[in-house]
Structures are given as structure tokens and as C-alpha cells.
Design a protein around this ligand. Structure first.
Ligand code: TYD
Ligand code: MG
Length: 485
């Protein structure tokens, strides 16, 4: 009998230790180590001392079957997967609880089933009745999806091995699955890993596409799907602000497609609605004519996306002013602030700075620098930017505005949505094409700051008025004056 080796496995990142300790050295999380039997990672049958069989080695140039894809029937989902599900591939969909993973996958399986494919939905979290209730609400109750509420991987695999091979299998969620081959409790890293391995083996063998659902918890209570990420072919993350109806599906890893595409959905009372033109949605609730907002013409994957950046610059009451940013890289914000201070004479060290990307989108492009700078200066000097202008361009540390890729696609999208002018890098002119927009090219950030500053006065405190009043030197405000005697 194999000797059982007990070790302490971090439930967050999967690192194993011989002794218990409070903090995981690998990922830095506290209280995430749990005792597990790790022998079972490899089933006993495989660990036997049999002689390895020989296999044929192939050449690189041989004929390979190109990955046959299967459309999910949802264009936004296909966009993110790179054109549909690849046969025999395994996909992990991660996201916070309640974000809409089960809803998305119920819709996808129903679409596939309606298109005549065998689609199976296995829920380990909800009873069959609950899944039916959701399907009813989504108007999909009549779709010929094969449904079950099961958690044993062995049972699932033997059930699905019968009959025609399913084209799509959804496992909701991988944390609830367990296999006989290991002794740990369901939800532990060892169980999640072994269950995923068994399902991946089944997918590769039969050619069925499998989608694993994984919860992401911040405190590492449940084994995060992190450990599964390197085993699967693609990892999609489903994101969104709980309070907002927009949901964004993003590929984090994809062996068969691009990783920079996003799919945009809107959560409605009738399930997730695909948003094929996200710019219209992100700009639909624009606050026209208020200072501190600038429209950024961005690119997400192959698609231009226009989104509003909102900035608030307000005098601080703290020793160290606050810098808070939602939807953008905080270090990018610090860089833009430093360039504004150093090269454009904009003093921000006495101000709190808040920056928000509207609609819950997360921007990763450096091209947003110029729009962010415009929004910040606009808020500081309390001058609204022209409502019909879009901004894009990368700001370098020297204060120069550098060109970015796909200028003409950005301009076309802006023109399509009725914008009249674009503020863009000077050197981008060659790439412009026939945009139908007035172009305001800026070579350096200083030019832009001067243009915006000329439009307004400093916020609220009526500096000009106060400067004009004669002020007694070293005057102490009344409330700080001490009465003599
Ligand atoms: P769900 O798909 O169960 O989330 P997850 O599987 O990621 O945990 O969706 C949960 C939320 O979605 C829930 O708060 C209700 C909301 N919802 C709608 O707004 N409309 C709908 O049609 C459905 C089915 C859910
Ligand atoms: Mg769910």
C-alpha cells in the first residue's frame, strides 16, 4: 500500500508545506494552509511500477486537424473564445459569486441545444428545480438541455460516456466536484485539481468541450480556481460592478485565440443581453457639460470602445493627499500626475485626486493617458471640456504625446457616434484616413493644459477675487486668535 503523505497545502495558491504555518510564503495569504493527503494526486493505478509503453514521435510539419470550432450562438461569447468552443478543450469561467456565471452558461447551453447539439448542464450547487426556475425566467425552459444536479466526477464521466458524445458540458462549479481518487474534502485544492484533471482527460478523449465554473473568493476560503488555471485551455473572467448592470467577459488566457478581446453584456430581468455596440452603452448616461469628464476613444481587442473618464480634483484636508482610481492602473495615474506637475506647472500635491472609468470597464491601454490628463486638468480649473471631443494618446515621461495604434479605427467609431472632433497625438496624422472629424493634434501635454486652462477658473474658491482683497500680513483667522488678558 502506498504510504500516505500528509502535507499542508495553501488553499489559495496550492503551495505545499511539511509543517503548518500561519502565512503562505508563496502567495502571502494568511490562514490558508489546510492539511491534505497529497498522495492521491496521481491515481494508484498510474503509480504502479509498470514499464512505460513506447509511442511514435511526430514531426512539426505533419498534417494537423485545425481546431474545429462550435459557435455558442452568442456573438459576444464567441468573440472572447476566439470564434467558438474548440472540440476537446476545457474552459474555466471565473468570477465573483452572483455576477451571472450560471445565467451566462444556462443561456449558452440552451443556444447550443436549440441548434441541435447535445448540451449538458451539471450543477453541483443548485438543485434541478432551481436551475429550471432560472431557465423559465430566461424563457429557455423548452430548450432540450440535459440537466443534472451531481457532484461525483466518476458518476458524471460514466454517465456522459454513454450515448452520443456531448458537444458542450457545463460543470457549475468545479469547487463542488469530488473524486474517489483522493481523500481530501470537496473544495480543497487537491480535490479541485484531481476533479479538473479527470474532466480534462474526458474532454481530450471524447472531443467534448467542457466549461468549468470557478468562484473567486478574496479570502481564500474555498480553493480558488487558480490551481486549475494552468491545466485548462482558456480562462475567462466575468467581471462587473455588482451595482451596475454591465458585465464584461474577458479572456485571461487562451490557447486558441486572442486574450485582448472583451465581450460586453447587460444583466436584465430576462437574463444577459449581448451588447454589440458597447460605446453607445458606456456613453448613454453621460453628464454633458460638467467639468472633469473626457471621452476616451479606446480599443479593446479588435473593437473600438468609447468610454467616459471622470476625474475629481479637490483641495485636500489630509497630510498626504488621496489618489483613488477605479478602472485604470493606479501607477499610470501617478505617472500622469507627475508629468503634469513637472512639465506643465499643474500643482496637484495639495489636492485629492479621484479617477473613475464609467460603466465598470477596466482600461489597460496607455492610450488613455491623454484623456485622463484632460479630465484631471478640466476638473482642477473647473472648465468643462467640449462635449463633442474624444481624446487618445500616450503621454511619455518627458511630457510628449506619443502616437498609439489603430488611430483610424478610433476616429471612425467617434464619427459614427456623432463626435465632431478628436484630440490626438501630432505624429498620428499619417494614420488618420478620411475620418470626418476635426482633428486637434497636440505634440506635448503642455499645449493641452494651456488650452483647457484658458477655458476656466480654479474650482470654487474664487482665487481671483480673494487675490484682489487686501490681506493684512500674517493675519490670523478670527477663530485662532487668542484674546489677550
Ligand atoms: P447567477 O448566474 O446565479 O450568478 P453566479 O452563478 O455567478 O453566482 O446570477 C445571479 C444574479 O443575477 C442574481 O443576483 C440575480 C441576477 N439575475 C438577473 O438580474 N436577471 C436574470 O434573468 C437572472 C437569471 C439573474
Ligand atoms: Mg452560479
Amino acid at each position: 500500500m502506498a504510504k500516505s503523505t500528509l502535507s499542508f497545502v495553501c488553499q489559495n495558491c496550492g503551495a505545499a508545506y511539511n509543517r503548518w504555518q500561519g502565512k503562505c510564503d508563496a502567495c502571502g495569504e494568511w490562514n490558508t494552509l489546510a492539511e491534505e493527503d497529497t498522495t492521491g494526486n496521481v491515481p494508484v493505478s498510474i503509480r504502479s511500477k509498470r514499464k512505460g509503453r513506447t509511442f511514435a514521435l511526430e514531426s512539426l510539419s505533419g498534417k494537423s486537424h485545425d481546431a474545429p470550432r462550435l459557435s455558442s450562438g452568442m456573438a459576444e461569447l464567441d468573440r472572447v473564445t476566439g470564434g467558438g468552443f474548440v472540440r476537446g478543450s476545457v474552459l474555466l469561467v471565473g468570477g465573483d459569486p452572483g455576477i451571472g456565471k450560471s445565467t451566462l452558461l444556462t443561456q449558452a447551453t440552451s443556444m447550443m441545444a436549440r441548434a441541435g447539439h447535445r448540451a449538458v448542464y451539471i450543477s453541483g450547487e443548485e438543485a434541478v428545480a432551481q436551475v429550471r426556475l432560472r431557465a423559465e425566467r430566461l424563457g429557455l425552459a423548452n430548450a432540450p438541455v440535459q440537466l443534472a444536479s451531481e457532484t461525483s466526477v466518476e458518476d458524471i464521466v460514466s454517465t456522459l460516456s454513454e450515448g452520443t458524445v456531448p458537444r458542450l458540458i457545463v460543470i457549475d462549479s468545479i469547487q463542488t466536484m469530488w473524486t474517489d481518487t483522493v481523500e481530501s474534502a470537496p473544495g480543497t485544492v487537491t480535490q479541485v485539481r484531481a476533479s479538473a484533471q479527470a474532466l480534462i482527460r474526458f474532454a481530450k478523449k471524447t472531443g467534448a468541450a467542457i466549461i468549468l465554473v470557478g468562484h473567486v473568493t478574496k479570502d481564500g476560503q474555498i480553493a480558488g480556481p487558480r490551481v486549475v488555471e494552468h491545466m485548462v485551455d482558456a480562462v475567462l473572467s466575468f467581471e462587473g460592478e455588482g451595482s451596475q448592470q454591465f458585465r464584461i467577459l474577458r479572456a485571461v488566457k487562451n490557447r486558441f485565440g486572442p486574450t485582448d478581446e472583451i465581450g460586453v453584456f447587460e444583466m436584465t430581468g430576462l437574463g444577459l443581453r449581448e451588447v454589440s455596440n458597447p460605446s453607445e452603452l458606456f456613453l448613454s448616461e453621460r453628464d454633458l457639460g460638467s467639468p472633469g469628464t473626457a471621452v476616451f476613444a479606446g480599443i479593446e481587442g479588435t473593437r473600438p470602445v468609447l468610454v467616459e473618464l471622470q476625474a475629481l480634483v479637490a483641495p485636500t484636508s489630509l497630510g498626504t493627499p488621496r489618489r483613488a482610481v477605479v478602472g485604470w492602473d493606479p501607477s499610470r495615474l501617478s505617472m500622469v500626475l507627475a508629468v503634469l506637475e513637472a512639465h506643465c506647472g499643474v500643482k496637484l500635491s495639495g489636492h485629492d485626486v479621484y479617477l473613475n472609468v464609467a460603466g465598470g470597464l477596466r482600461i489597460q491601454e496607455p492610450a488613455a493617458d491623454l484623456a485622463a490628463a484632460a479630465a484631471l486638468v478640466s476638473s482642477l480649473v473647473n472648465a468643462p471640456l467640449p462635449t463633442d471631443a474624444v481624446y487618445f494618446g500616450e503621454v511619455s515621461l518627458s511630457g510628449a504625446v506619443r502616437p498609439v495604434a489603430q488611430t483610424s479605427a478610433r476616429l471612425k467609431e467617434a464619427a459614427k457616434l456623432g463626435f465632431g472632433r478628436a484630440v490626438l497625438p501630432e505624429s498620428a496624422r499619417g494614420d488618420v484616413g478620411d475620418a470626418g472629424l476635426a482633428l486637434n493634434s497636440v505634440g506635448g501635454l503642455t499645449t493641452l493644459v494651456a488650452e483647457i486652462a484658458a477655458r476656466g477658473t480654479p474650482r470654487g474658491n474664487h482665487q481671483a477675487q480673494r487675490d484682489a482683497e487686501p490681506v493684512e500680513k500674517n493675519a490670523t483667522p478670527a477663530r485662532f486668535r487668542r484674546e489677550k488678558g
